[in-house]
Design a protein around this ligand. Structure first.
Ligand SMILES: Nc1ncnc2c1ncn2[C@@H]1O[C@H](COP(=O)(O)OP(=O)(O)OP(=O)(O)O)[C@@H](O)[C@H]1O
Ligand SMILES: [Mg+2]
Length: 339
C-alpha cells in the first residue's frame, strides 16, 4: 500500500486544489423519465496527488469524466453545479477554442477501453502526429520524440510500437500507448477512466506502476477512475467512493482503508482478497449495482443492500459527516460494524 498517512498529509498541506467540482448533477433522459446519474457531487482534485474515484458499474464514474471535459451530450444534461479549473474557470461554460484546449492540453484523458478507440487503420506514430496537428503544433514531430522517450520508459521498443498498427500490439501495450498519447500534450490534469480494467493482473500491476512513477516524475495531477479497491490501495493518495451517483465516503486512502466509515466502502474492501489478507475472507458484494431508474428518490440510496438499515434511512438522505480530519462519510449508522 503506497499511501502513508504521515507523509501524505504533509504532501497535502503543500498542495493546492487544481479542480473543484461543486454540487454537480447530471441527468439522463430515458423513456421512464429523467434520472440523475450524478447527484450533488463535490470533489476536489489536489495538485500532485493521485485522486481515485471508485464505484461499481453504473455509479456514474464515466459520466463524471465526461463532465470534466464538458462532454455530456443528449440524452444527458448537466442540470446543476460547476467544475472549476484553476486558471480556466468553469469548464461547463467553455466553448470553441477554449473547449478544444481543455480536451488534451489541459485535461489529458485515457478513456475507458481507449485501446479500442485508436484508429485501427493508422500507425500509432501517425496518430500522434495527427494529435499534434489538431492542437496546432507547428512541428508535431516534437510529440513523436516525446512519445519515443515515454515508450522507452514504459519498457517498449519505440521504433516498433510507433510504427505499428494498433492490432499488432498487445492490450497492455495499447493501454500504455493511450497513456503516452495523453501525456505528450503535457496536460495539467491526467484523467484515467479504468486504465487497467481490460488487462490481466500482472499487466495491470505493471501499468499501475508506470502510472505512479510517471505521475511522480512529472509531478502530475491525476484523477484515476476504477471499480477496484485494490487499485486504489496501490496508487491513490485520496479516494472518493461513489454509489448511485452520490459520494458515500472520501478521505486519505490510508485512513479510508484502515477505518472505512461506510458499509459500502467496507464491502468494496472486503471484495478484494489482497486487501482482506486471505482468499477465504474475501466476499463479493451482495446485491446488484443499482439501475439508474431504480435508485430511490428519497432516503439513503444504498439502503436496499445495507445490513445496518434503519427507519431513518428510508426517509432521510445522510449528508457527509466528518469522521476525522479530511475523512468524511454519508451514513446514519453510528454503531460498531461487525462486517
Ligand atoms: N447515454 C446514456 N443514456 C442513458 N443512461 C445513461 C447513458 N450513459 C450512462 N447512463 C446511465 O448512467 C449511469 C452511470 O453511467 P456511467 O457510465 O457513468 O457509469 P460507470 O460508473 O462509468 O460504470 P462502468 O463501471 O460500467 O463504466 C448508469 O446507470 C448508466 O446506465
Ligand atoms: Mg465507466
Amino acid at each position: 500500500m503506497s499511501a502513508d498517512l504521515s507523509t501524505t498529509s504533509e504532501a497535502m498541506k503543500s498542495s493546492h486544489i487544481v479542480c473543484s467540482v461543486r454540487n454537480l448533477t447530471v441527468t439522463y433522459q430515458t423513456d421512464a423519465g429523467d434520472f440523475p446519474a450524478l447527484h450533488n457531487v463535490n470533489l476536489d482534485i489536489q495538485q500532485n496527488q493521485i485522486t481515485a474515484v471508485i464505484g461499481e458499474s453504473g455509479s456514474g464514474k464515466s459520466t463524471l469524466a465526461l463532465a470534466m471535459l464538458n462532454g455530456i451530450a443528449l440524452p444527458g444534461r448537466v442540470t446543476g453545479g460547476t467544475i472549476s479549473l484553476s486558471q480556466h474557470g468553469d469548464v461547463l461554460a467553455l466553448r470553441g477554442k477554449a473547449l478544444r484546449r481543455l480536451r488534451g492540453p489541459v485535461v489529458g484523458t485515457v478513456f475507458q477501453a481507449s485501446q479500442n478507440a485508436m484508429n485501427p487503420l493508422r500507425r500509432i506514430g501517425k496518430q500522434i502526429l495527427d494529435l499534434g496537428r489538431s492542437h496546432g503544433y507547428k512541428d508535431p514531430r516534437i510529440l513523436l520524440r516525446e512519445a519515443q522517450l515515454l515508450a522507452k520508459k514504459m519498457s517498449m521498443d519505440p521504433d516498433r510500437v510507433l510504427t505499428a498498427y494498433p492490432h499488432q500490439l498487445s492490450g497492455g501495450m495499447r493501454q500504455r500507448l493511450g497513456i503516452i498519447m495523453a501525456l505528450v500534450l503535457h496536460p495539467e490534469i491526467l484523467l484515467l477512466d479504468e486504465p487497467t480494467t481490460a488487462l490481466d493482473l500482472l499487466t495491470q500491476s505493471a501499468v499501475l506502476q508506470i502510472i505512479q512513477s510517471i505521475h511522480r516524475e512529472r509531478q502530475l495531477t491525476t484523477l484515476l477512475i476504477t471499480h477496484d479497491m485494490g487499485v486504489v490501495a496501490e496508487v491513490a493518495d485520496t479516494v472518493v467512493v461513489l454509489y448511485a451517483g452520490r459520494v458515500m465516503e472520501e478521505g486519505r486512502t490510508a485512513a479510508v482503508l484502515r477505518h472505512p466509515g461506510h458499509p459500502y466502502t467496507r464491502a468494496l474492501i472486503k471484495a478484494i482478497p489482497r486487501l482482506t489478507g486471505s482468499l477465504d475472507q474475501a466476499r463479493p458484494l451482495e446485491g446488484s449495482p443499482p439501475d439508474l431508474t431504480m435508485i430511490p428518490r428519497q432516503g439513503c440510496v444504498f439502503r436496499q443492500r445495507c445490513r445496518y438499515r434503519m427507519a431513518l434511512c428510508d426517509n432521510e438522505s445522510p449528508s457527509l459527516k466528518q469522521l476525522e480530519d479530511g475523512h468524511l462519510t454519508a451514513c446514519h449508522w453510528e454503531g460498531q460494524s461487525d462486517d
